[in-house]
Design a protein around this ligand. Structure first.
Ligand SMILES: [Ca+2]
Length: 132
């Protein structure tokens, strides 16, 4: 009885430590970069980044101080692609209204994001941060 309780307490302590580690994971993502967008139109691509998948970080793209698109209140679409030999692999297109989008913990590979918006429009952002 005593043994079981001790084990349970130890288990809880380990779980708490794991939770704390997971909680601070975004600050220790394997990588990120900060950039900007200047008049990106439909189909324009960001720089590539290499995700080695050495952590469980959800890939995210965060934008701030945006202008353009038809209306920033309705935003535009951002899609993350995996750059592979042959047709690239789309990881999902998300609506961005000058905020942050998440794509989950992606497999290792080379990635980029693409802006998608009606022809004749463009979008700019003084800040872009990609965490992976
Ligand atoms: Ca990662």
């Amino acid at each position: 009885m005593h043994h079981i309780r001790t084990r349970a307490v130890r288990g809880a302590a380990v779980a708490a430590i794991l939770t704390l580690t997971a909680g601070v994971a975004p600050a220790h993502a394997e990588g990120y970069f900060v950039s900007s967008l200047s008049n990106f139109s439909d189909g324009d691509e960001s720089r590539r980044w290499t995700d080695k998948n050495t952590d469980g970080t959800s890939t995210s793209v965060s934008l701030w101080s945006c202008s353009g698109a038809p209306h920033m209140s309705s935003g535009f679409r951002l899609e993350v692609w995996k750059d592979v030999f042959g047709p690239d692999e789309g990881k999902g297109s998300k609506q961005n209204t000058c905020n942050i989008n998440y794509w989950g913990d992606l497999a290792s590979g080379s990635y980029y994001f693409e802006t998608q918006l009606p022809s004749g429009f463009s979008v700019s952002a003084s800040g872009v941060r990609v965490d992976y």
